[in-house]
Design a protein around this ligand. Sequence first.
Ligand code: ZN
Length: 263
Amino acid sequence: MQSESQLRRDICDIGKRIWTRGYVAANDGNITVRLEDGCLLATPTGVSKGFMTPDMIIKLDPEGNKIAGELNPSSELKMHRAVYAMRPDVKAVVHAHPPTATGFAVAGIPMNKMLLPEVIISLGWVPIAKYGTPSTEELGDVLKELLNHHDAMLLENHGALTVGHNLTNAYFKMETIELAAQISLSACLLGREREISPANVEKLMQVRKKLGVQGMHPALSSTPRMPAAESEQETCNHLSESRLADVVARVTREVLRNIKEMD
Ligand SMILES: [Zn+2]
């Protein structure tokens, strides 16, 4: 494992990347790394993640008490600690609000289509964790079930969370989620998303095995692909029945109004 001073620099570097890429605004987002002795390095609250210096990084003991640093940790540290408690294999956690992926989280549409080989190999599909008030214990509780099967998840009406066996690995999963969300949205705008066949998904899982990719993957625990947060799922090429009825009613009203005006 790298030295603590190197990890402090790495956290600042990743902070700069998430800010430069527009995954966070103002002082949003947080990053933590677990050291070998169980202590955590954490980004401070009230500071833009694009402008951190290594001395701003806070150190906490395994119980979450601050043992070094002038600034204070984010209240979302509870969420990070819940991850570490659940997953001994996880050494880093990244939380951000990447706009397109967060759009899926706001729309209540999980990224559960088999669209891109790289995403299938590394993450499988990305579920939405039910809404929990940021900075409370609620979020930790809702994440617990998902962390058994996933290394990346959307947080309903909030953002995204990725975990990894090191910091770069956790961060790359954040990039993967956002790019996959952008591509999925582009395909939606073009009119359709064509999924990779189950037989080819199976082949990709063999590739994952051969590559020795670390971390959880939903296909390994055969979790069902999650429906949308709302029972009523709506995607680009499928309007729910009630929405369809709505659209039909609106168009009908418009047509009738036009006919009246023509009279
Ligand atoms: Zn947040």
